[in-house]
Design a protein around this ligand. Structure first.
Ligand SMILES: Cc1cc2nc3c(=O)[nH]c(=O)nc-3n(C[C@H](O)[C@H](O)[C@H](O)COP(=O)(O)OP(=O)(O)OC[C@H]3O[C@@H](n4cnc5c(N)ncnc54)[C@H](O)[C@@H]3O)c2cc1C
Length: 274
């Protein structure tokens, strides 16, 4: 099985600061990390490789320093990593990102056909969750989102059974290979990397492609030119107000609660007609 995992380098949003003047992320204020959902995606690909054999490749689009997330993926157990990096990709929205990544996947598949593509559920910075399904649409393979378990893979019959998280439970579906999965964090636990993986990662040189290395690319669909998204406004959501403790016995508390709801216009009285 050849599994390709799309991995994105993101700023650590737990510590990133927002510039109060421009209301944009101050990317220099936080270290760049492997998108946490993508770490789970790589771990799942490595688990499937242990069960069914094959190769795990990772693919990233970003600046030259994005090779760091490829090294991190090698540490988890991936075998090879590709970075597409070119000024032509800069300023890409999700439409242009999925286009560039799908062209890189076609290029990878030319040398080694791909059985499965795995993405994270979403990136913790952009947070749209659109790139995975966008790639699947472009490659014309089934997308399966919110995956929490890959229960059975039949490589010979090209079938896979998958458990998906729903709002109120889960569903188990069967689909064909190749397909594209987007995974939730619950899918697995990230294991400690063994020492040989760490040594491999430290020495690993990623395969870096520019736009010229990809085939049949329509440059108009790349980068800012290929990005119809317009960001109207960015703002920091207001901090939630502290809660209010209701005093007295239960009758008094209910009255206070009703008064508060009426005050906030969350509740309206209706007059009985008979
Ligand atoms: C007008 C505009 C200009 C922008 N310019 C830039 C820019 O210059 N530089 C920049 O970094 N961002 C830029 N962005 C943000 C960029 O659009 C998104 O970060 C990117 O398209 C991915 O979307 P997302 O973060 O919502 O990913 P999601 O759809 O939430 O990601 C889901 C999954 O897709 C995969 N994935 C997503 N992005 C990548 C990637 N780059 N490489 C590999 N796998 C990936 C991962 O598996 C990830 O878990 C721009 C956005 C807009 C609207």
């Amino acid at each position: 099985m050849h599994i390709v995992v799309c991995v994105k380098q993101v700023p650590d949003t737990k510590i990133i600061k927002i510039n109060p003047k421009t209301n944009t992320l101050d990317r220099r204020s936080a270290p760049a990390i492997l998108n946490p959902y993508d770490a789970h995606a790589v771990q799942e690909a490595v688990r499937l490789k242990k069960l069914h054999g094959g190769t795990v490749s990772v693919l990233s689009m970003g600046p030259p320093q994005a090779t760091e997330v490829i090294k991190k993926s090698i540490e988890i157990g991936a075998d090879e990593g590709y970075l597409i990096s070119d000024r032509a990709f800069a300023g890409a929205d999700t439409l242009a990102t999925s286009y560039a990544l799908s062209k890189a996947l076609e290029r990878i598949a030319k040398d080694k056909p791909i059985d499965m593509v795995i993405c994270g559920k979403h990136a913790i910075d952009g947070d749209t969750g659109q790139v995975g399904p966008g790639i699947a649409r472009r490659l014309d393979i089934p997308p399966v989102t919110n995956v929490i378990e890959v229960s059975e893979v039949n490589v010979k019959n090209k079938k896979v059974q998958i458990k998906r998280k729903l709002t109120n439970g889960y569903e188990v579906i069967e689909t064909q290979l190749p397909c594209l999965l987007t995974v939730e964090k619950e899918i697995n636990e990230i294991e400690y990397s063994p020492m040989p993986n760490m040594i491999n990662a430290a020495r690993y040189e990623s395969i870096v492609w520019t736009v010229g290395d990809l085939e049949n690319v329509d440059r108009v669909q790349l980068g800012l030119k290929g990005s119809p998204t317009i960001v109207g406004k960015m703002f920091t959501p207001p901090k939630p107000e502290g809660g209010k403790r209701l005093e007295g016995n239960s009758t008094e508390q209910v009255k206070q609660l009703m008064d508060l709801l009426m005050e906030k216009k969350e509740l309206f009285t209706t007059s009985a007609t008979n």
